[in-house]
Design a protein around this ligand. Structure first.
Ligand SMILES: Cc1cc2nc3c(=O)[nH]c(=O)nc-3n(C[C@H](O)[C@H](O)[C@H](O)COP(=O)(O)OP(=O)(O)OC[C@H]3O[C@@H](n4cnc5c(N)ncnc54)[C@H](O)[C@@H]3O)c2cc1C
Length: 489
C-alpha cells in the first residue's frame, strides 16, 4: 500500500481502476496544486460572501461579491469541461448518448481540493440534464448553448426544492405556487436553502394551483435569473452563514410571479425531481470519497513528521493498523461510489416509466450516498484526531475537512432519507433482488443468499419495526455491496 499515491486524486483513481489518464484531468489537478488550493483556502477563511442587493441608484441587483480569484477558480472548472464535455456531443450530427464520466472525474478532483466548489458544477449538471431531456426545441435553443459555453461567459444552474418547512418531506413542505400565464408559468414562493444563488438558470419545484398537497402535486420548472424583458426574475433575500461549503453561495430566494417553464408532464414532477437528485447524490459520493482520500493523505503526511515515543507516530502499530483500515475503507467506498456513476451513466436518459436497471441504480445510489458520506464524516473526524490538538486549529487544514464532511451527510437528502428511500425502492420495485443478481459471482452464493434473506426479513417486519431497525441492515447492505464490488475490478 502506497500512501504517497493518496496525495493525488488522479493517481488514486487510476490505482482503483477508474480510467483517469486524460491530459485535461491531470492539468486540472495541477492547476489546483499551483493556484486553486490557495484560492479555495482563502475563500473558506473569508466566510460568507457579501450580497450587494442595490446598485448606487437604488435598483435591485442582487450581486454576490466574492474576491475576483473566486470567480477565476469557479470558471476554471467550467472551462475544463465539467459541463460541456458531457453534453457537447448531443447534436443532430452526433446523436450518440453522452457519457457523464468526464463530469464525475472532474467533480472527484474538485472535491479533493474543495468539496463546496463541486456544488455549483453539480447543480449546473443537474439543470442541464432535465433541460436536455424535457425542454422543448425553443427552450433548448434559448438556454442550452449558454450552459455549454467553454469560456467565462458560461451560465450556471441551480436546483431549488427546499422551503422553510423542510427538505425531507417535499410533498408537504413545498408551498411555491405555479400559475399559468399563456405558454409559460408564474411562480410565487420562497426557497429557504438555495445553493448557487445568483445562478442564471434554476430548476425549481412548485405546485400548480389545485394540485394535490402531496408529492404527486409537485412539478418542476425552469426559472431564468432574468425575465424576457431583462428584469431580475427572482430576488436573493439573504445568504446563509454556513460552517463549510463556503465556495458556493447558499441563500434564500424570493419568487414573485417569476417567469417559469414547465419541464415534462406536470404530474411527473416528483420523478423529475428525483432524476435531478440522482445526479447530485452521485456527485455527493464523489465529494465524499475525495474528501476521505484527502483527509487520509493529510493525516499520513502529518503522522510521518510527528514524533512520539522515539519514532514517527505513523510507525506505531495502533496507528499503522488504523491507516491500513482507512485505506481499505477508502477503496471499498470508492468502488461503491463509482458503481453508482457507471449505473447512472446507463440510465440517466431514461424517462418514466423506468426500466429495472433504473431501480437497481436507485438502490445503489442510496446505499452509496449514505455510506460514502458517513465514511467521509468518520474519516475526517479520525484524521483530526491523528493531528492531535493542532488538528483543531484553523491553520491546519484538517479541521476544514470535518466541517465540509458534515454537510455532505445532510444535503442532497440526509442519511435517514437515503435509508428510507432505499427501503422504498426495495419494497416497491424489488431492487434488492436486482442488486443480488448484479452481484452474482462477486460474492459467494451462500453470502448472497444470507444477505438476501436478511433483507427479506426486514421487509416483512411491521412498519414501525421495519423503519426503526433499518439502520443496521442498510449499513450492512452498503458494506456488503462495496466489499463484493471490491472483489472484481
Ligand atoms: C449547505 C446547504 C445547502 C443546501 N442547498 C440546497 C439547494 O440548493 N437546494 C435545495 O433544494 N436544498 C438545499 N439544501 C437543503 C437540504 O437538501 C436539506 O437540508 C435536506 O434535504 C434536509 O432537509 P431539512 O434540513 O429541512 O431537514 P428536515 O426535513 O426538517 O429533517 C430534520 C431531520 O429529521 C429527519 N427526518 C425527516 N423525516 C424523517 C423520517 N421519516 N424518518 C426519520 N428521520 C426523518 C431528517 O433526516 C433530519 O435529520 C441545502 C442544505 C445545506 C445544509
Amino acid at each position: 500500500m502506497s500512501f504517497d499515491r493518496l496525495r493525488s486524486p488522479v493517481r488514486f483513481l487510476q490505482q482503483v481502476g477508474i480510467p483517469a489518464d486524460q491530459d485535461w484531468l491531470r492539468e486540472y489537478e495541477a492547476w489546483f496544486e499551483d493556484e486553486g488550493q490557495g484560492i479555495s483556502d482563502a475563500v473558506d477563511r473569508a466566510g460568507t460572501p457579501w450580497l450587494r442587493m442595490f446598485d448606487r441608484f437604488g435598483a435591485r441587483v442582487d450581486e454576490i461579491l466574492y474576491p475576483p480569484e473566486y470567480w477565476r477558480m469557479l470558471k476554471h472548472g467550467y472551462r475544463a469541461g465539467v459541463l460541456w464535455r458531457a453534453f457537447e456531443r448531443n447534436s443532430d450530427q452526433n446523436p450518440e448518448p453522452n457519457s457523464l464520466l468526464s463530469a464525475y472525474l472532474l467533480l472527484y478532483v474538485t472535491g479533493f481540493y474543495d468539496p463546496g466548489l463541486a456544488c455549483p458544477y453539480t447543480v449546473s449538471l443537474s439543470t442541464v440534464s432535465p433541460l436536455l431531456k424535457y425542454g422543448d426545441a425553443e427552450l433548448k435553443a434559448r438556454f442550452l448553448p449558454r450552459m455549454l459555453q467553454r469560456d467565462d461567459s458560461v451560465w450556471q444552474g441551480a436546483t431549488w426544492m427546499t422551503e422553510i418547512k423542510g427538505g425531507s418531506d417535499l410533498g408537504a413542505a413545498v408551498e411555491t405556487v405555479a400559475q399559468r400565464d399563456g405558454n409559460k408559468w408564474r411562480l410565487t414562493g420562497d426557497k429557504y436553502f438555495a445553493s448557487n444563488a445568483g445562478a442564471e438558470l434554476a430548476v425549481v419545484a412548485a405546485r400548480q394551483e389545485g394540485a394535490p398537497q402531496n408529492v404527486r402535486g409537485l412539478s418542476l420548472y425552469l426559472v431564468p435569473r432574468r425575465a424576457e424583458d431583462g428584469q431580475l426574475n427572482y430576488q436573493i433575500r439573504r445568504l446563509k452563514d454556513k460552517i463549510a461549503t463556503r465556495s458556493v453561495p447558499t441563500g434564500e430566494i424570493e419568487l414573485r410571479r417569476s417567469e417559469a417553464w414547465l419541464l415534462g408532464k406536470a404530474e411527473h414532477g416528483i420523478y423529475l425531481i428525483l432524476e435531478v437528485l440522482n445526479l447530485s447524490r452521485v456527485a455527493n459520493c464523489m465529494g465524499s470519497v475525495a474528501l476521505a482520500q484527502r483527509a487520509i493523505a493529510d493525516a499520513y503526511s502529518f503522522a510521518q513528521g510527528r514524533t512520539a515515543f522515539g519514532k514517527p507516530i505513523s510507525e506505531h502499530p495502533l496507528l499503522r493498523r488504523q491507516f491500513e483500515d482507512r485505506w481499505h475503507g477508502l477503496r471499498a467506498a470508492s468502488r461503491l461510489a463509482w458503481e453508482a456513476v457507471h449505473l447512472l451513466d446507463r440510465v440517466w436518459q431514461e424517462k418514466p416509466p423506468y426500466s429495472e436497471r433504473y431501480h437497481l441504480f436507485r438502490l445503489v445510489a442510496h446505499l452509496a450516498k449514505y455510506w460514502t458520506a458517513e465514511f467521509a464524516v468518520q474519516t475526517a473526524k479520525w484524521a483530526m484526531e491523528v493531528y492531535g490538538g493542532v488538528g483543531t486549529l484553523q491553520e491546519y487544514r484538517v479541521e476544514r475537512w470535518l466541517r465540509e464532511a458534515m454537510i455532505l451527510a445532510i444535503w442532497e437528502g440526509t442519511s435517514h432519507r437515503q435509508m428510507l428511500d432505499g427501503l422504498e425502492v426495495m419494497q416497491r420495485k424489488g431492487a434488492h433482488r436486482l442488486l443480488f443478481q448484479h452481484l452474482a459471482g462477486k460474492a459467494s452464493e451462500a453470502q448472497l443468499r444470507e444477505m438476501e434473506a436478511r433483507v427479506e426479513r426486514q421487509l416483512g417486519l411491521p412498519e414501525v419495526e421495519r423503519e426503526g431497525t433499518l439502520e443496521k441492515l442498510f449499513g450492512d447492505l452498503a458494506s456488503f455491496t462495496a466489499e463484493a464490488l471490491l472483489q472484481t475490478r
